[in-house]
Each structure stands twice: as C-alpha cells, then as structure tokens.
Design a protein around this ligand. Sequence first.
Ligand code: NAD
Ligand code: UFG
Length: 339
Amino acid sequence: MNILVTGGLGYIGSHTCIKLIEAGYTPIILDNLYNSKKSVLNRIATITGKMPIFYQGDIRDTVYLTTLFSQHPIQAVIHFAGLKAVGESVKNPLDYYEVNVQGSIALAQIMRQHQVKTIIFSSSATVYGEKNPVPYFEHYPTGNITNPYGWSKFMVEQCLIDMQKADPEWSVVLLRYFNPVGAHPSGLIGEDPQGIPNNLMPYISQVAIGKREYVSVFGDDYPTKDGTGVRDYVHVEDLALGHVAALKKHDQAGVHIYNLGNGVAKSVLDVIQAYHQACQRVIPYKIEARRPGDLPAFWADVTKAKQELNWQAHHTLSDMVQDSWNWQQKNPHGYPDEE
Ligand code: NAD
Ligand code: UFG
C-alpha cells in the first residue's frame, strides 16, 4: 500500500516512515527540504534496509503534485509538511497561512482529483486554545488560540471537516500531537533544529553537549507543582506508531479526531532533572520571565486513541531523555548536508 508522506524527511515524518516500512507500507516522501536534509533518506535506509521513494517538491505546487499522483497509485496521505515555529508565525503570519493552509488545500484538491480520499493530518494540542480545562478531550471546543501557527492548524482542521461533510466518502483523521520529543533508539535520526532551538528538549540537549551555556526556564510562578510550565511529552517513536494505527481508519469514512500524548503531566524542572540523570552532567538553568503566549499547563486525555485505535504511548520521560541524549551525542552538529 503506497502512502504519500508530505514532510516525510522532517522530525516526526522520518520516524513515521520507518514505522510505515516496518509495518509493510510503502511510503512515498514529498518534501521541499525547507527544514530537513536529504541525508535523512540514507538514515531511513540504514535502519529499515529500504530506500524510500523521494520527491523533492512543494505541497503548494499543484503541477508537481499532479505528476506525482499520476506516477504512483496512492491509497492514503499522511500530511506533515508545514511550518511549525510559533514565534516566527507571529512575525510572519502570511507565510504560515500560505504554507500551512493554502498548501493543505492544494494537496486536498489534487487528492480529490485523483480519488484519494484518506488524509491523516498533523494537528496540534494548540487548537484547544486557552479556555479549556485540562486534561484536553477531543470533543472540547477549539479556538481562542494565541498565535497564527495555531490558527493555521485550526483552519486546516476546519477545511478538512467541511470537505468531508460535502463528500462523505472521505476519511479525515486529525491527530492532535502534544509535545513530541526523543529520537530513534539507534541515534541515527532525531530532531535537528536549525539555529537556536525554540523547544525545551532540543535546547536542553544543546546545553548538555556544551553548545549553549544554560537553559532559560520561562517562568516559575505558574500555578503548577513547582511553578514551571507543565506539558505532556510524548516519545516520537510512540507518536510515529500512532500514525500507523490511524491508517486503520483508511476504510472508515468520517472525521476521526485523536489526541496523541502520554496523558502524563511533567514540568520544565522535571524534564531538566530527567535529562541530568540520563547524561550525568550538570544542566545549568536560570529562571527567566514567562514566554508570551505560553499556557501554564496542558496534557491529554488519551482514552479515545486507546479505545478506537488500540494505540497508547509506552515510553516514559526517562526513555525520552535517554534517546534525545543518544541522538545528540552521536550527531552533535545534526544531520550532514550530504552523506
Ligand atoms: P519538521 O519541520 O521537522 O518537518 C516538516 C517537514 O516539512 C520538513 O522536512 C520540511 O522541509 C517540510 N516542508 C515544509 N514546508 C513544506 C512545503 N511547502 N512543501 C513540502 N515540504 C515542506 O516538523 P515536525 O516537528 O516533524 O512536524 C511535523 C508536523 O507536525 C508539522 O505539521 C507540525 O506543525 C506538526 N506538529 C509538530 C509538533 C512538534 O512539536 N514537533 C507539535 C504539534 C504538531
Ligand atoms: N520552555 C522553557 N525554556 C525553553 C523552551 C521552553 O522553559 O527554552 C518551557 C515552555 O515555557 C513550556 C515548556 O518548556 O512550558 C515546553 O515548551 P516547548 O516550546 O517545548 O513546547 P510548547 O508546549 O510551547 O509547544 C509545543 C510545540 C507547538 C505545539 C505545542 C502543542 O512547539 O508547536 O507543543 O502541541 F503547538
């Protein structure tokens, strides 16, 4: 079964391609390399023994997409491609709406033209906004979002829901990720942020390896157990398997929405402490001001994915930090441009 994986060379996409191959699927990767390197392909091949088919192209390029769909029979699309930096989206909102929203619409239109009616979309816990109580359940209202990145996810969800309403043959799976971290246990693939990492785990990794001096802890006066922000960290290996589980919805038309998280709440200081234990190095940190737009605490209710997809996360925070550290040590400068 051929699965088109947009953004398949990125962090979550690359881990998912490995799980797809291991489950007997054939991923066909479309990526414009905006935030990834071609050398990821070799790493996937080393781990799985199979070199995935790769197209270097843009989801907004409908001519290119048409060629791709004409060359391969495709049964379903897993749609990761997009921009994901919250702060950058506040500065350049139009870029985010263009790539994330316009790009998703272009992709869905070409899918429709080729009668491919199953899409699994990378959404985010950010769509729950700032008004819902925790933990988040899938039936909660979405909206009240604090940044254009989050709104772009909200808008794509709405486009896909309306599209499915108009043509009930579609199967639309919206996966709302919580905080993906960790890396493949081989240390061959992992998260490779360009420049200063925006997210906590890659930042801690760079402090641990000596690339950065200390971790800035954004606020210690939240109403949480130790005052620092609380999140639901989920191992990228578990997350990747969630996509394989979601593919089972291929023949079930409708809109299917799932939280993919651990259902476990951890603070910033919990993560720093766990990382310290994994790497046996001091992780210096400084308490700083809150980061604008951050919520104090959120985590997932994960019952629905367990009941309907038979999926649940198994890796602990200790597994996550160990695999992050293993990846960081083996790839202190991230992926090479060529390999
Ligand atoms: P990533 O940046 O590592 O991967 C995205 C991939 O898409 C990259 O390889 C990039 O080159 C590619 N891409 C970007 N624009 C493209 C375009 N116009 N055409 C073709 N390819 C394009 O990000 P990730 O962390 O793997 O995230 C994957 C998806 O999951 C994204 O949609 C992201 O918004 C979503 N998500 C991520 C997180 C997270 O914390 N990582 C959380 C929630 C949701
Ligand atoms: N944090 C720090 N210092 C840092 C980075 C982060 O203290 O250098 C704190 C944040 O304040 C927050 C926690 O660590 O309390 C996690 O922050 P991240 O930036 O790692 O993750 P977010 O929860 O802010 O956002 C992530 C993704 C979003 C996604 C969201 C929900 O970046 O794309 O999870 O899925 F929308």
